[in-house]
Design a protein around this ligand. Structure first.
Ligand SMILES: [Zn+2]
Length: 244
């Protein structure tokens, strides 16, 4: 899908908005097929494109993000409203076409989103695989925090058996305590840094997943619903678009 919005745009795949602060050709809305993410992109408009109150050049859209073209006093809308507009335009064109050609009518009645829905399986599987991998890595970070203290425990336990003089025992225990403390501090710093990195990665994957694991028609977020469950159901829980 690709749609241009502006004050003077015309033709197919365009949406005309009569508002003085909206530019002639203001922005476009398009679907990146590879990631299944819908973007809004400003086309060098005079007064800018805003999403949720922030000016953007290009932005990955969720269905209810607040879009404002031209800033204050501009044209406010959402992706949901834009999709509704596109759908209405499409059915109006189909109506004209099918009036001219009755045979076409039946074929156009209901689009089945089988191909688009099948693509979502890849996103679903990849997200869960990636999340598990990151969580595994986070789990092994904790190991690196436990190991230094365990080593100290082992050394303290065996020192009395292998060293004869109390003096040597004291020296060895003290030295190993210092070394362990240093290792512990270094390991703690590194693991904390890595754990922040993994947390950020998890959030990033989650955000990406929320943007791409959506209904091909109404773009409602499927949330935690598994792909298999949706496949069994055969339609979108929100708009009832058919998947098979
Ligand atoms: Zn839907």
């Amino acid at each position: 899908m690709m749609l241009t919005i502006g004050r003077t745009v015309s033709g197919e795949n365009t949406m005309r908005v009569s508002n003085n602060v909206v530019s002639g050709t203001h922005c476009k809305i398009f679907l990146d097929k590879k990631s299944n993410i819908m973007y809004i992109e400003d086309l060098g408009s005079t007064n800018g494109t805003y999403v949720n109150g922030v000016q953007v050049v290009r932005y990955a859209l969720k269905v209810d993000d607040k879009i404002l073209l031209g800033g204050e006093g501009g044209y406010a809308t959402t992706l949901r409203e834009i999709l509704k507009y596109v759908e209405e335009q499409k059915s109006a064109t189909q109506k004209v076409e099918s009036n001219n050609n009755p045979q076409k009518q039946k074929a156009q009645e209901e689009h089945i989103y089988a191909e688009e829905f099948a693509q979502l399986k890849g996103f679903y599987d990849k997200y869960h695989k990636d999340t598990l991998e990151i969580k595994d890595k986070m789990g092994s970070l904790m190991m690196w925090r436990i190991i230094p203290t365990s080593i100290l425990g082992v050394i303290t336990a065996i020192v009395p058996f292998i060293l004869d003089t109390p003096h040597m025992r004291k020296v060895v225990t003290l030295c190993s305590a210092i070394v362990t403390l240093v290792i512990f501090i270094v390991a703690f710093k590194i693991t904390t840094k890595l754990s922040h990195k993994y947390n950020a990665l998890l959030l990033e994957r989650q955000e990406e997943f929320q943007l791409s694991y959506v209904c091909p028609k109404c773009r409602s977020d499927f949330g935690n619903r598994s792909w298999a469950a949706l496949h069994n159901r055969g339609c979108c829980p929100t708009c009832k678009a058919k998947f098979k």
